[in-house]
Every structure is written in structure tokens, then in C-alpha cells.
Design a protein around this ligand. Structure first.
Ligand SMILES: NC(=O)C1=CN([C@@H]2O[C@H](COP(=O)(O)OP(=O)(O)OC[C@H]3O[C@@H](n4cnc5c(N)ncnc54)[C@H](O)[C@@H]3O)[C@@H](O)[C@H]2O)C=CC1
Ligand SMILES: O=C(CO)COP(=O)(O)O
Length: 342
């Protein structure tokens, strides 16, 4: 067991995965940008701010130094929020060599560029092999060894399998998938729908409403995915419907919690502040809305959530807008695609 792993980003997810890898016996060093937080974690051996009540194993090192975390590692685990990926990668690029494997766990689409994380990594580190690890996996539950399943997606089968071996434990089961586009889009777009599910809960709409949002949500996610080159069956897997279910139903979900607050009438700023951790779906809603326009894809739920977050639309009107859309065949996409007459 020789792997040396640098974990860049010590929020809840980076910390949970750094613990998992350390407990497997790898040499793990985790980077946080906040020096005071590094000192606090070193003293208490706990990440009180992002993953409270979970002790760090003694072999897990913590640092504020990007050179230390990046240099001479076999694997770089990227666990900063999407909006920080580009800058962080630029800052550590000079310490990374072409043989290091980049494993990304952030779930988002960059604003303005509309790039997925693999595309940002390709731009900054074009020679490095890449895998995305994604699926229904709340850090709080992984840290308690609750059985969890995720998927490692890479264009390179050996890399997907290497990452599968690296992370797999008896309670953390890792599958592989070649569809990087589908896995990245599933993990990102589900956060938009989870905001909607939270808004629905905040408005005290019932379980029927949430089931509708989730079912119609995965359809519009897959519709965009197909246009962007994903395999639509990936959306029926762990990184698609699996992650959509957990994020729309769990109180661990920051996206759902932010949605609940918005549905209850709090402003976007108040909601983000109250959650206190990254709510990826807010920025991703903007990217998803723009991608839908760019690819000419109809995404009614995403459009309404964009209206609520960015155009000051009233949430109750958004529900009405969705319910009063033109009547449709449920499987319209399939009917058109397969040229079926009915
Ligand atoms: N928390 C979870 O259960 C899971 C999270 N993810 C994804 O992992 C990524 C990271 O999320 P969490 O660890 O949950 O976030 P978090 O909110 O717990 O922590 C974010 C960390 O990133 C740091 N950070 C914020 N902006 C930064 C920037 N511009 N540059 C560098 N560092 C920055 C913060 O200081 C903090 O240490 C997100 O994309 C999230 O969607 C994926 C699966 C599970
Ligand atoms: O992606 C996640 C679980 O799989 C985490 O979701 P939240 O960011 O909404 O907490």
C-alpha cells in the first residue's frame, strides 16, 4: 500500500473521504485554505466546523500549504466547491506532475464558462488522468460507516478501476462507469431539483408534489444530458436518480435545506447564510438554465427555479406555472425519438 494522497479541500466531504482513505492505511494529507482552521483541527483532531463529532485518525495530516498537499502525491482528490476549483488548480499546478491522478468529487457546473469539472481540469492539467467520484453519499453518513454506494467515472477504464480500488471498503461500495459527462451532469443537476424539492417542502406541498418534481426532474436532467453527449441510462444510476433521491429527501442536504428556507419565505441571502455550507445548486441553477438555452432543451423545473433565485419570481406562481403548462404525453421524448405514432 504505497499510495500517497493529497486532499485539496477540507469541507465536510473532503474530510469524510480523507478519514476513509486514512483508515484504509494510505498516507493522506488534507489541505484547507484557512490557517486558523488547520490549527484548530490539529489541536482537536476534529473538523468542528464542517464535520463535527467525528475524530480524525492519527495518521491523517492537515496542512495550509498547497505545495505540501500537491507535491509527490500519487492521487489528488479535489474537494473544493465548484467555484473554487479553477483558482485552486491554478495555484497548485506547478507542484503537480503529469502522472498524478486527479479524482474530483465536486458537483457543479462552472458559471459563465458552463464547463464541467473534467473540462476545467483538462484545460489546466491537460496531461493528467481524471476520474469523477459521485453518487448518493452524504458526508455525515459516510463518516459513520453507513453503507453507501457511489460510481467512479473515467474515460480510461484502468483509472476508473484504480479509483474504485482506492476508495472501496465494506461500507463504501464503488462501481465504475465510462460516462464522465453523464455522471458529472447527474451530480450537478440534481442539486437544482433538490432546491425545488426543498422549496416544495417549505411551501408545505405534500409528498405527491415532491414525487412529481423528482420524476419530471430526472427527465429534464436526462434530456439536457443527451444533448450534451451523456448516455441517458446513466441518469437511471447512482449518480442520477440515486443522488436525486437522497438529495431531495434527506435533511443532510444543504440544497434541500436552502430550498426549504426559500419556500418558507426567507431571502436567498438569508437561506445561504443559515445553511452555512456550500449550496452548489444555487450557482448550478444559473449554469443549467444557460445550458438549456444554449442546447435548446426544455427544462421547465430548472427554468422556474432560476426565476425564483435570479429574477425574484414568487415561488407560489412558479408552482402554478408548472401545473398549467401545455398538456403533454408523459413519454413525449421517447415518442418523438422513436417516431412512434399514437
Ligand atoms: N457534503 C457532502 O455530503 C457532499 C459534498 N459533495 C460536493 O463536494 C464539494 C465540496 O462540498 P463540501 O465539502 O460539502 O463543502 P463544505 O461547505 O462542507 O466546505 C467547503 C470547503 O471548501 C472551502 N472553500 C470554499 N470556497 C473555496 C474556494 N474558493 N477555494 C478553496 N476552498 C474553498 C471552505 O473553506 C470549506 O473548507 C461540493 O461540490 C459538494 O457538492 C459531494 C458529495 C457529498
Ligand atoms: O451530493 C450530496 C449527497 O450525495 C450532498 O448534497 P448537498 O450538497 O445538498 O448536501
Amino acid at each position: 500500500m504505497t499510495e500517497k494522497i493529497g486532499v485539496i479541500g477540507g469541507g465536510s466531504w473532503g474530510t469524510a473521504l480523507a478519514i476513509l482513505l486514512s483508515e484504509k492505511g494510505y498516507q493522506v494529507e488534507m489541505w484547507l485554505r484557512d490557517k486558523l482552521q488547520v490549527e484548530e483541527i490539529e489541536n482537536s483532531r476534529e473538523n468542528k466546523k464542517y464535520l463535527p463529532n467525528v475524530k480524525l485518525p492519527s495518521n491523517l495530516k492537515v496542512t495550509n500549504d498547497l505545495e505540501k498537499v500537491s507535491f509527490n502525491k500519487d492521487v489528488i482528490l479535489l474537494s473544493v466547491p465548484t467555484h473554487g476549483v479553477r483558482e485552486t488548480l491554478y495555484n497548485c499546478k506547478r507542484y503537480i506532475n503529469k502522472d498524478q491522478i486527479i479524482v474530483n468529487v465536486a458537483k457543479g457546473i462552472e458559471n459563465d464558462s458552463l464547463l464541467r469539472i473534467s473540462e476545467i481540469v483538462k484545460e489546466i492539467l491537460p496531461q493528467n488522468k481524471y476520474s469523477i467520484l459521485s453518487g448518493p453519499s452524504h458526508a455525515e453518513e459516510v463518516a459513520k460507516n453507513m453503507p453507501t454506494t457511489v460510481v467512479s467515472a473515467s474515460e480510461d477504464k484502468t483509472v476508473a478501476e484504480f479509483v474504485q480500488d482506492l476508495f472501496i471498503t465494506p461500507f463504501f461500495r464503488v462501481y465504475t462507469n465510462p460516462d464522465v459527462v453523464g455522471v458529472e451532469l447527474g451530480g450537478s443537476l440534481k442539486n437544482v431539483i433538490a432546491l425545488g424539492a426543498g422549496i416544495s417542502d417549505g411551501l408545505e406541498c405534500g409528498d405527491n408534489t415532491k414525487a412529481a418534481l423528482m420524476t419530471r426532474g430526472i427527465i429534464e436532467m436526462a434530456r439536457l444530458g443527451e444533448k450534451m453527449g451523456a448516455n441517458t441510462s446513466t441518469f437511471a444510476g447512482l449518480s442520477g436518480i440515486g443522488d436525486l433521491i437522497v438529495t431531495c429527501t434527506s435533511m443532510h442536504s444543504r440544497n434541500r435545506r436552502a430550498g426549504i428556507l426559500i419556500g418558507e419565505g426567507k431571502t436567498l441571502e438569508q437561506s445561504i447564510k443559515t445553511v452555512g455550507m456550500v449550496v452548489e445548486g444555487i450557482k448550478t441553477t444559473k449554469s443549467a438554465y444557460e445550458l438549456a438555452e444554449k442546447y435548446g432543451v426544455i427544462m421547465p423545473i430548472t427554468k422556474e427555479i432560476y426565476g425564483v433565485l435570479y429574477e425574484g419570481k414568487d415561488v407560489k406562481n412558479s408552482v402554478i406555472n408548472l401545473m398549467l403548462r401545455d398538456r403533454k404525453h408523459e413519454m413525449e421524448d421517447v415518442i418523438i425519438d422513436k417516431n412512434i405514432s399514437w
